[in-house]
Design a binder for this molecule. Structure first.
Ligand SMILES: [Zn+2]
Length: 1007
């Protein structure tokens, strides 16, 4: 799925891996051979299967075996290697090593892959815990019990008081569903539905019970092999079960039939009802589904885990005025026994699907359609927005063709529907064959700006990529969600860069890498492939975050640029081919790469990135021609105990100003080389510190000739120096020294990065009421004059740049900006909205207008009447940017209520308001007071909740606020206190506090 709110963990869990064992209550590590080798008691060595990545126990650090591996890793990348310093001290994490190699084949680019460098992985405390020897893992953690004698399980009570025959959140693996036959009868007047689910299943191990999921369904009758049976329910875990006196035998095929009734959901998941007002103002209702991650169980009883794939046959009964949609072609329409109702029967799905990918819709939508290869592609919307569907259809058709060709596997269904749903929480959801979207993520008017279209293309590209990465090949469990989301995010940018280069996605992708680092440099981050417990619904929801999506995509880019041309694609085709129709863990990806000839050392390298959280800081020091690189964990809260010894295999790249060849095995450059810039194009997921002299030479080089470095490299320097200043390695003065060059900067990537960094500093000062500094910054931020043109602009890159510059200038109150914006707004209203405002300028124009009471009211009217979704969203952001307390409170309560402002927009409203001074305190009060109602709408741990917590707290920087935030969240207990985003919020406030303490004095002197 894709979240759109603003712009948009640890070694693998032993219990999860045992899902296909009968009694996973206690799992014996020794038997768990799928991902982990047998461990001898007392042996503190972990060596993943066929891996040379050694994670050794604390204190042990014998590295001799690895010497060769470094060499081969390095050679693989076409480079030679360095000598390992022989006196390595395991307790000091900055791991000094003589830098390697490399000569430069002088030709054109000053880019040279230097090679995998370093790599001793000394097990950190956290990792060591998971690999303790001879340990039995139970729910309670690592117990003393001998693994061969499982503990007697204790079972909970069912709703009716009887013992429930299962005591795990994860289902037993003794039974496997093969096909679901679903009949559903929704009633859009009473907002209820009834259903019958017939599940065909096979028995994989002898068992006396069938356990599956069901939530908020009232089961009225159950039969097993045509005999009526009793169903037990354990509500806290959303499970139901049928017990049998005799074993069901291996290989037996059986049928369980369940009749039930339920209410259509009033939240955004399960089988939920949604409504909107049509052109005439009449209220129209519809019913739609959102099942990922764990809500299919709210629509029909099922084995609701991604590894339980099955086929589906669905019948839906409806009133004649509606249509029904399913991922497969409708096979017949029957008149039902109930007068006036019709029953649509869909063909059985030809492919095995995970439950979270099933979808159905009952609505009165209209569509446009096109045939692409052998697939009927359609875009559906409410009737009055039909003319806004063409861009999505064109884009989806092009991309479907692209993916079909690129992956060498055709999209397997005969139809592909893209549906815009008026009330929808996520950005979009990749249901197989029936992708659902927010209206703002799919519909765009013909006249809309390329920037608006860029958003639609992004979402469509992401969801289409999922049809392969996620739907065809699915992660086995949510801990490896990055295999879905990291890939979909990676392909979203990569496919568009290939097929729609004019949309300028490479700048966006660069910003995404920076964003991922902003989260991953905190203690509260997690590895991309999570090995700790991911079992509760909250833990599963929390997986949908920026690390899974954006760091996942960044690591794939790094892998791709590390491999020789074409090998990445070959490996992925192999991966898809190996696992089509089934489920995978991260290791399966590395194995597929190995099968196409990628060296094992690349998998070793990638494991250091996927199994550990965080990323490295590479420090460059140079003595004449001799360059030394060291690495350490880039962690902002460095006082924490986890700041130990994470080390990475880093594919280092660099550019310099000269191409003297130096065929040696250390990174020696000629003395005449003035500067070195590492991490070429910022494709590596690491930050580089050049030391005082190194920075000075780079700044000199830029001041002499800005084009010395590519725009991405310039943006990378800006990003890195701000990060180093937050870490306390460089002074803010040095940051400003670098920014001096930016007066001659005209490119989008470096300027937007500089402005976004400066505006976060500005917002912190603003919230601290540092009036004098704020006033100085208002004058000094370099955004005036850079763009004076307010007319139509074709280039997306220029649009991005100018909207950022102007939004900054107007929000700082620069007169020439606000005057222009207001004039454009008045023209627009005076012409009855016929005189168009260029799409990229709408937000700045509306937001400036919203600062006047009278114009705010006229914007409110425009908000209610417009049918252009992209425009509507920008108007809402403008309305929310008001500094008037009464309007702020009104918007917040209207948003929570739903209605004029839909509840789905609340996270966007909150994040917009939090940026403003008046908004940020009011919003925090609002969130505290209405917490319970907010989590009714947005589940604990979900992306909207993560966003709400982040935007309301991330600008606090005082002890008082820290304590208040701490107090509030700890008072929540199970209503949210355990969330990772709470840890992140507290850590961020502490860091803000630290930054202020460290930099305020300097800023006061300097500004
Ligand atoms: Zn997704």
């Amino acid at each position: 799925s894709l979240t759109t709110v603003v712009r948009a963990s640890l070694p693998r869990n032993m219990i999860e891996n045992s899902m296909f064992e009968e009694e996973p209550d206690v799992v014996d590590l020794d038997k768990d051979s799928t991902a982990f080798p047998a461990l001898e008691p007392d042996e503190v060595v972990y060596e993943p299967r066929s891996s040379r990545l050694l994670v050794r126990g604390l204190g042990e650090n014998d590295l001799d075996d690895e010497e060769e591996d470094y060499e081969s890793s390095a050679r693989l990348l076409g480079m030679s290697f360095m000598n390992r310093s022989s006196t390595h001290n395991p307790s000091s994490s900055p791991y000094n090593r003589q830098a390697p190699p490399r000569s430069c084949s002088c030709s054109s680019a000053r880019m040279l892959v230097v090679g995998v460098f370093i790599l001793v992985l000394v097990a950190s405390m956290a990792m060591a815990l998971y690999f303790l020897p001879g340990c039995t893992f139970t729910k309670a953690g690592c117990g003393k019990a001998n693994s061969s004698t499982p503990m007697e399980p204790s079972y909970p009570n069912s709703t009716n008081g009887e013992l429930f025959p299962w005591n795990e959140l994860r289902l037993p693996a003794s039974v496997r569903p093969v096909n679901y036959d679903l009949s559903l009868t929704p009633n859009l007047t009473s907002m209820t539905f009834t259903g019958r689910t017939v599940i065909n299943m096979t028995i994989l191990h002898d068992t006396k019970r069938i356990v599956l999921h069901s939530s908020e369904l009232n089961i009225t009758k159950a039969t097993f092999q045509s005999v009526e049976v009793k169903v037990l329910e354990y509500k806290p875990w959303q499970q139901i079960a049928v017990s049998f006196p005799e074993d069901l035998k291996v290989g037996q095929v059986c049928v369980l039939t369940l009749d039930y009734a339920a209410n259509l959901s009033h939240t955004y998941d399960g089988f939920y009802n949604s409504s909107y007002n049509d052109k005439t103002g009449a209220k129209r209702v519809l019913a739609a589904t959102q099942f990922e991650p764990q809500a299919a169980r709210k629509a029909f009883p099922c084995f609701d885990e991604p590894a339980f794939k099955a086929t589906f046959l669905v019948r839906i009964t409806r009133e004649p005025g509606y249509i029904t949609l399913m991922p497969v072609i409708k096979s017949s329409v029957n008149i039902t026994v109930v007068v006036g109702l019709l029953e649509d029967e869909f063909e059985q799905t030809g492919v095995n699907m995970s439950t979270y990918l099933v979808a159905f819709i009952v609505a009165n939508f209209t569509s446009i359609t096109r045939n692409v290869s052998n697939t009927l592609v359609s875009v559906y919307s409410v009737p009055e927005k039909k003319e806004h569907t063409h861009y999505a259809l064109d884009t989806a058709s092009t991309l479907l063709h692209f993916y079909n060709t690129f992956f060498h596997i055709d999209y397997p269904l005969r139809k592909l529907d893209l549906v815009a749903i008026p009330d929808f929480l996520a950005g979009a959801m990749e249901n197989w064959g029936l992708i659902t979207f927010r209206e703002t993520s799919l519909l765009v008017g013909n006249q809309s700006s390329p920037l608006d279209k860029q958003l639609i293309a992004n979402v469509v590209a992401h969801e289409l990529a999922h049809q392969w990465f996620g739907n065809l090949v699915t992660m086995r469990w949510w801990n490896d969600l990055w295999l879905n989301e990291g890939f979909a995010t990676y392909w979203q940018y990569t496919s568009l860069m290939t097929e729609f280069p004019q949309l300028d996605l490479d700048n966006v992708f660069l910003g995404v890498r920076f964003k991922a680092m902003a989260k991953d440099c905190l203690n509260s981050s997690h590895p991309v492939s999570v090995s700790s417990q991911v079992t509760t619904p909250e833990q599963v929801s929390e997986m949908f975050d920026s690390v899974t999506y954006e760091k996942g995509a960044s690591l794939l880019l790094m892998l791709k640029t590390t491999l020789p041309d074409g090998q990445f694609r070959k490996g992925l085709i192999k991966y898809l081919d190996n696992y089509r129709g089934s489920n995978t863990v991260t290791e399966d990806l590395w194995n597929s790469l190995t099968q196409v000839g990628v060296q094992e050392s690349v998998s070793d390298m990638m494991r250091t990135w996927t199994l550990q959280n965080g990323f490295p800081l590479v420090t460059v020091s140079r003595m004449g021609g001799h360059v030394t690189l060291t690495q350490e964990h880039f962690l902002l809260s460095a006082d924490n105990a986890t700041h130990t010894s994470n080390l990475w295999h880093i594919p280092v790249t660099y550019v310099n100003d000269s191409c003297s060849s130096a065929p040696s095995s250390t990174l020696n450059v000629s003395d005449s080389v003035k500067w070195l810039k590492f991490n070429y194009m910022n494709t590596g997921f690491y930050i580089v510190h050049y030391g005082d002299e190194g920075w000075a030479t780079l700044i000199d080089a830029l001041k002499t000739d800005i084009n010395t470095l590519t725009p991405h490299d310039r943006a990378s320097l800006i990003h890195n120096i701000f990060a180093l200043s937050r870490l306390g390695r460089v002074s803010f003065r040095q940051v400003l020294n670098l920014l001096d060059y930016a007066t001659s900067e005209t490119e989008t990537a470096p300027l937007t990065e500089a402005l976004s960094q400066l505006s976060s500093v500005y917002r912190l000062l603003d919230k601290r009421q540092e009036q004098r500094l704020v006033a100085r910054m208002k004058v000094n931020v370099p955004c005036s004059g850079a763009y004076q043109d307010w007319g139509e602009e074709e280039s997306v890159s220029r649009q991005e740049l100018r909207s950022v510059l102007l939004e900054m200038a107007c929000s700082l109150g620069r007169q020439n900006c606000t005057d222009q914006a207001t004039a454009l707004y008045d023209q627009w209203t005076n012409s009855n909205q016929t005189k168009q405002i260029p799409g990229d300028l709408q937000r700045v124009v509306f937001s400036t207008a919203a600062q006047s009471d009278l114009r705010w009211l006229s914007l409110m009217e425009a908000y209610s009447s417009t049918t252009y979704d992209s425009e509507k969203r920008k108007i809402l952001q403008a309305l929310a940017s008001t500094q008037d307390p009464q309007s702020i409170v009104w918007i917040l309560s209207t948003g929570l209520e739903g209605g004029i402002i839909q509840t789905q927009e609340l996270p966007l409203v909150i994040s917009t308001m939090s940026d403003g001074f008046a908004g940020h305190l009011l919003v925090w009060e609002f969130v505290k007071e209405n917490w319970d109602r907010i989590i009714e709408k947005f589940p604990v741990g979900s992306y909207p909740i993560q966003s709400i917590i982040k935007s309301t707290t991330s600008q606090f920087s005082t002890q008082t606020h820290l304590e208040e935030v701490q107090r509030f969240f700890s008072s929540l207990k199970e209503r949210g206190s355990q969330m990772r985003s709470v840890q992140e919020a507290l850590e961020t406030i502490r860091l803000n506090q630290l930054w202020m303490d460290r930099n305020l004095p300097t800023l006061r002197i300097w500004l």
